[in-house]
Design a protein around this ligand. Sequence first.
Ligand code: NAP
Length: 246
Amino acid sequence: MFEEKVALVTGASRGIGKAIAIKLAAGGAKVIVNYAGSKDKALEVVEQIKAAGGEAIAYQCDIGDFGAVEKMIGDVLEQYKRVDILVNNAGITKDNLLLKMSPEDFEQVVDTNLKGTFHTIKCLTKPMMKQRYGRIINLSSVSGVMGNAGQANYCASKAGIIGLTKSVARELASRGITVNAVAPGFIETDMTSVLDDKVKEAMMAQIPAKRLGSTEDIANAVAFLASQESSYITGQVINVNGGMYM
Ligand code: NAP
Protein backbone atom coordinates (compact mmCIF):
# COMPACT_ATOMS: atom_id res chain seq x y z
CA MET A 1 0.00 0.00 0.00
CA PHE A 2 2.85 2.42 0.83
CA GLU A 3 5.68 0.80 -1.14
CA GLU A 4 8.30 3.37 -2.23
CA LYS A 5 6.69 5.97 0.05
CA VAL A 6 8.57 7.89 2.73
CA ALA A 7 6.63 8.92 5.85
CA LEU A 8 7.58 11.33 8.62
CA VAL A 9 5.56 10.80 11.81
CA THR A 10 6.14 13.34 14.58
CA GLY A 11 5.91 12.13 18.18
CA ALA A 12 6.17 8.48 17.14
CA SER A 13 8.01 7.20 20.21
CA ARG A 14 4.80 6.49 22.12
CA GLY A 15 1.02 6.28 21.97
CA ILE A 16 -0.87 7.16 18.81
CA GLY A 17 2.23 8.18 16.84
CA LYS A 18 3.87 4.83 17.54
CA ALA A 19 0.80 2.96 16.25
CA ILE A 20 0.75 5.15 13.12
CA ALA A 21 4.46 4.57 12.43
CA ILE A 22 4.03 0.80 12.80
CA LYS A 23 0.93 0.76 10.58
CA LEU A 24 2.55 2.79 7.77
CA ALA A 25 5.73 0.69 7.95
CA ALA A 26 3.67 -2.51 7.79
CA GLY A 27 2.24 -1.16 4.53
CA GLY A 28 5.74 -0.73 3.12
CA ALA A 29 6.58 2.91 3.93
CA LYS A 30 10.04 3.95 5.04
CA VAL A 31 9.28 5.73 8.31
CA ILE A 32 11.06 8.51 10.18
CA VAL A 33 10.18 8.08 13.84
CA ASN A 34 10.46 11.58 15.31
CA TYR A 35 10.63 12.11 19.07
CA ALA A 36 11.45 14.85 21.56
CA GLY A 37 13.16 13.17 24.51
CA SER A 38 12.34 9.43 24.61
CA LYS A 39 15.29 8.14 22.60
CA ASP A 40 15.07 4.58 23.95
CA LYS A 41 11.36 4.35 23.17
CA ALA A 42 11.88 5.71 19.65
CA LEU A 43 14.65 3.18 19.04
CA GLU A 44 12.32 0.42 20.29
CA VAL A 45 9.74 1.49 17.68
CA VAL A 46 12.43 1.38 14.99
CA GLU A 47 13.53 -2.09 16.14
CA GLN A 48 9.92 -3.32 16.14
CA ILE A 49 9.46 -2.09 12.58
CA LYS A 50 12.74 -3.66 11.43
CA ALA A 51 11.93 -6.97 13.14
CA ALA A 52 8.73 -7.08 11.06
CA GLY A 53 10.76 -6.54 7.87
CA GLY A 54 10.18 -2.78 7.55
CA GLU A 55 12.48 0.22 7.29
CA ALA A 56 12.69 3.08 9.82
CA ILE A 57 15.03 5.53 11.50
CA ALA A 58 14.62 7.56 14.68
CA TYR A 59 15.18 11.32 14.63
CA GLN A 60 15.21 13.62 17.66
CA CYS A 61 13.74 17.07 17.02
CA ASP A 62 11.62 19.48 19.06
CA ILE A 63 8.95 20.38 16.53
CA GLY A 64 8.29 23.65 18.35
CA ASP A 65 11.73 24.86 17.23
CA PHE A 66 11.58 25.99 13.59
CA GLY A 67 15.36 25.83 13.08
CA ALA A 68 15.45 22.25 14.38
CA VAL A 69 12.57 21.24 12.09
CA GLU A 70 14.34 22.80 9.08
CA LYS A 71 17.43 20.74 9.92
CA MET A 72 15.40 17.53 10.36
CA ILE A 73 13.59 17.94 7.04
CA GLY A 74 16.88 18.81 5.30
CA ASP A 75 18.56 15.67 6.69
CA VAL A 76 15.58 13.47 5.80
CA LEU A 77 15.46 14.82 2.23
CA GLU A 78 19.18 14.26 1.85
CA GLN A 79 18.83 10.64 2.94
CA TYR A 80 15.51 9.69 1.29
CA LYS A 81 15.13 12.35 -1.46
CA ARG A 82 11.42 12.78 -0.77
CA VAL A 83 8.70 12.76 1.89
CA ASP A 84 5.32 11.54 0.65
CA ILE A 85 3.42 11.32 3.93
CA LEU A 86 3.63 13.80 6.80
CA VAL A 87 1.76 12.96 9.99
CA ASN A 88 1.75 15.81 12.51
CA ASN A 89 1.01 13.81 15.63
CA ALA A 90 3.32 15.20 18.35
CA GLY A 91 1.34 17.01 21.01
CA ILE A 92 1.32 17.94 24.68
CA THR A 93 -1.17 19.03 27.31
CA LYS A 94 -0.75 21.43 30.24
CA ASP A 95 -4.27 21.40 31.66
CA ASN A 96 -5.63 23.96 34.09
CA LEU A 97 -8.70 26.12 34.49
CA LEU A 98 -8.24 29.45 32.72
CA LEU A 99 -8.13 31.33 36.04
CA LYS A 100 -5.06 29.31 37.01
CA MET A 101 -3.47 28.89 33.57
CA SER A 102 -0.16 30.71 33.18
CA PRO A 103 0.72 32.50 29.94
CA GLU A 104 3.77 30.19 29.74
CA ASP A 105 1.58 27.06 29.82
CA PHE A 106 -0.66 28.52 27.12
CA GLU A 107 2.31 29.42 24.96
CA GLN A 108 4.11 26.10 25.34
CA VAL A 109 1.09 24.07 24.26
CA VAL A 110 0.42 26.32 21.26
CA ASP A 111 4.12 26.31 20.34
CA THR A 112 4.30 22.51 20.24
CA ASN A 113 0.86 21.56 18.94
CA LEU A 114 -0.02 24.36 16.52
CA LYS A 115 3.26 26.02 15.60
CA GLY A 116 4.96 22.61 15.44
CA THR A 117 2.39 21.54 12.85
CA PHE A 118 2.96 24.74 10.87
CA HIS A 119 6.76 24.23 11.00
CA THR A 120 6.78 20.78 9.39
CA ILE A 121 4.19 21.73 6.76
CA LYS A 122 6.11 24.91 5.93
CA CYS A 123 9.36 22.96 5.41
CA LEU A 124 7.76 20.22 3.32
CA THR A 125 5.42 22.26 1.12
CA LYS A 126 7.98 23.06 -1.58
CA PRO A 127 9.37 19.51 -1.88
CA MET A 128 5.83 18.08 -2.00
CA MET A 129 4.79 20.65 -4.63
CA LYS A 130 7.82 19.70 -6.75
CA GLN A 131 7.02 15.99 -6.54
CA ARG A 132 3.33 16.82 -7.17
CA TYR A 133 2.29 14.40 -4.48
CA GLY A 134 1.74 14.54 -0.76
CA ARG A 135 -0.44 13.37 2.08
CA ILE A 136 -0.51 15.61 5.15
CA ILE A 137 -2.47 14.40 8.17
CA ASN A 138 -2.70 16.58 11.26
CA LEU A 139 -3.83 15.30 14.65
CA SER A 140 -6.50 17.55 16.10
CA SER A 141 -8.80 16.40 18.92
CA VAL A 142 -12.44 16.11 19.92
CA SER A 143 -11.48 18.81 22.45
CA GLY A 144 -10.54 21.13 19.60
CA VAL A 145 -13.96 20.59 18.03
CA MET A 146 -16.13 20.76 21.18
CA GLY A 147 -14.02 22.73 23.69
CA ASN A 148 -13.23 21.31 27.13
CA ALA A 149 -13.11 22.95 30.53
CA GLY A 150 -9.55 22.96 31.84
CA GLN A 151 -8.01 22.76 28.38
CA ALA A 152 -8.24 26.28 26.91
CA ASN A 153 -4.64 26.13 25.66
CA TYR A 154 -4.95 22.62 24.22
CA CYS A 155 -8.38 23.26 22.63
CA ALA A 156 -7.13 26.52 21.08
CA SER A 157 -4.15 24.69 19.58
CA LYS A 158 -6.29 21.82 18.27
CA ALA A 159 -8.98 24.12 16.83
CA GLY A 160 -6.16 26.13 15.25
CA ILE A 161 -4.92 22.96 13.58
CA ILE A 162 -8.32 22.59 11.90
CA GLY A 163 -8.12 26.12 10.44
CA LEU A 164 -4.54 25.50 9.34
CA THR A 165 -5.55 22.18 7.74
CA LYS A 166 -8.40 23.71 5.73
CA SER A 167 -6.35 26.70 4.55
CA VAL A 168 -3.36 24.65 3.44
CA ALA A 169 -5.70 22.11 1.82
CA ARG A 170 -7.09 24.90 -0.36
CA GLU A 171 -3.60 26.12 -1.26
CA LEU A 172 -2.19 22.71 -2.20
CA ALA A 173 -5.12 20.76 -3.67
CA SER A 174 -4.19 21.46 -7.30
CA ARG A 175 -0.69 20.03 -6.72
CA GLY A 176 -1.79 16.52 -5.82
CA ILE A 177 -1.36 17.18 -2.11
CA THR A 178 -4.19 16.43 0.32
CA VAL A 179 -4.31 17.91 3.81
CA ASN A 180 -6.70 16.47 6.39
CA ALA A 181 -7.13 16.35 10.14
CA VAL A 182 -8.02 13.42 12.35
CA ALA A 183 -9.77 14.35 15.59
CA PRO A 184 -9.46 11.48 18.08
CA GLY A 185 -11.84 11.12 20.98
CA PHE A 186 -10.67 9.61 24.25
CA ILE A 187 -7.79 7.24 23.44
CA GLU A 188 -5.85 5.05 25.89
CA THR A 189 -2.30 6.50 25.99
CA ASP A 190 0.13 8.14 28.44
CA MET A 191 -1.66 11.44 27.75
CA THR A 192 -4.97 10.19 29.15
CA SER A 193 -3.56 7.83 31.80
CA VAL A 194 -2.82 10.85 34.03
CA LEU A 195 -6.51 11.85 34.22
CA ASP A 196 -8.25 10.98 37.48
CA ASP A 197 -11.01 8.37 37.61
CA LYS A 198 -13.82 10.92 37.94
CA VAL A 199 -12.77 12.66 34.71
CA LYS A 200 -12.48 9.29 32.96
CA GLU A 201 -15.97 8.26 34.13
CA ALA A 202 -17.42 11.56 32.92
CA MET A 203 -15.77 11.07 29.54
CA MET A 204 -17.01 7.49 29.25
CA ALA A 205 -20.58 8.64 29.89
CA GLN A 206 -20.33 10.76 26.73
CA ILE A 207 -19.15 7.92 24.46
CA PRO A 208 -21.99 6.00 22.75
CA ALA A 209 -19.59 3.17 21.84
CA LYS A 210 -19.01 2.68 25.60
CA ARG A 211 -15.29 2.11 25.27
CA LEU A 212 -12.12 4.13 25.03
CA GLY A 213 -10.48 4.25 21.63
CA SER A 214 -7.29 2.33 20.90
CA THR A 215 -4.21 3.77 19.23
CA GLU A 216 -4.94 1.40 16.31
CA ASP A 217 -8.39 2.99 15.84
CA ILE A 218 -6.60 6.24 15.06
CA ALA A 219 -3.79 4.64 13.04
CA ASN A 220 -6.39 2.97 10.76
CA ALA A 221 -7.99 6.33 9.89
CA VAL A 222 -4.60 7.98 9.36
CA ALA A 223 -3.46 5.12 7.12
CA PHE A 224 -6.52 5.56 4.90
CA LEU A 225 -5.90 9.31 4.57
CA ALA A 226 -2.23 8.55 3.85
CA SER A 227 -3.13 6.16 1.01
CA GLN A 228 -3.57 6.90 -2.68
CA GLU A 229 -7.22 5.80 -2.39
CA SER A 230 -8.08 8.98 -0.45
CA SER A 231 -6.97 11.32 -3.24
CA TYR A 232 -10.34 13.15 -3.52
CA ILE A 233 -10.58 13.85 0.22
CA THR A 234 -8.98 17.09 1.38
CA GLY A 235 -9.63 19.78 3.98
CA GLN A 236 -11.66 17.37 6.09
CA VAL A 237 -11.76 16.61 9.78
CA ILE A 238 -12.34 12.90 10.41
CA ASN A 239 -13.76 12.36 13.89
CA VAL A 240 -12.65 9.03 15.37
CA ASN A 241 -14.34 9.08 18.74
CA GLY A 242 -16.89 6.26 19.23
CA GLY A 243 -19.68 8.77 18.59
CA MET A 244 -18.63 11.20 21.35
CA TYR A 245 -19.11 14.07 18.91
CA MET A 246 -21.22 13.82 15.76
P1 NAP B 1 1.52 10.82 24.16
O1 NAP B 1 1.31 9.38 24.45
O2 NAP B 1 1.68 11.79 25.27
O3 NAP B 1 2.79 10.95 23.16
C1 NAP B 1 3.19 12.20 22.71
C2 NAP B 1 4.25 12.06 21.65
O4 NAP B 1 4.57 13.39 21.18
C3 NAP B 1 5.53 11.43 22.16
O5 NAP B 1 6.10 10.64 21.15
C4 NAP B 1 6.41 12.66 22.43
O6 NAP B 1 7.81 12.40 22.32
C5 NAP B 1 5.98 13.57 21.29
N1 NAP B 1 6.30 14.98 21.54
C6 NAP B 1 5.85 15.79 22.54
N2 NAP B 1 6.37 17.01 22.41
C7 NAP B 1 7.16 17.00 21.30
C8 NAP B 1 7.97 17.96 20.64
N3 NAP B 1 8.06 19.21 21.10
N4 NAP B 1 8.65 17.58 19.53
C9 NAP B 1 8.57 16.31 19.06
N5 NAP B 1 7.81 15.36 19.64
C10 NAP B 1 7.13 15.70 20.75
O7 NAP B 1 0.34 11.40 23.25
P2 NAP B 1 -0.85 10.64 22.48
O8 NAP B 1 -1.96 10.44 23.44
O9 NAP B 1 -0.31 9.49 21.72
O10 NAP B 1 -1.33 11.79 21.48
C11 NAP B 1 -0.84 11.91 20.16
C12 NAP B 1 -1.58 13.03 19.46
O11 NAP B 1 -2.97 12.76 19.45
C13 NAP B 1 -1.41 14.38 20.15
O12 NAP B 1 -1.34 15.40 19.19
C14 NAP B 1 -2.68 14.51 20.96
O13 NAP B 1 -3.01 15.84 21.21
C15 NAP B 1 -3.68 13.83 20.04
N6 NAP B 1 -4.87 13.36 20.76
C16 NAP B 1 -4.77 12.40 21.73
C17 NAP B 1 -5.92 11.97 22.39
C18 NAP B 1 -5.90 10.93 23.46
O14 NAP B 1 -6.96 10.63 24.03
N7 NAP B 1 -4.77 10.31 23.78
C19 NAP B 1 -7.15 12.54 22.06
C20 NAP B 1 -7.22 13.50 21.07
C21 NAP B 1 -6.07 13.90 20.42
P3 NAP B 1 8.67 11.90 23.62
O15 NAP B 1 8.24 10.50 23.88
O16 NAP B 1 10.07 11.99 23.13
O17 NAP B 1 8.32 12.84 24.72
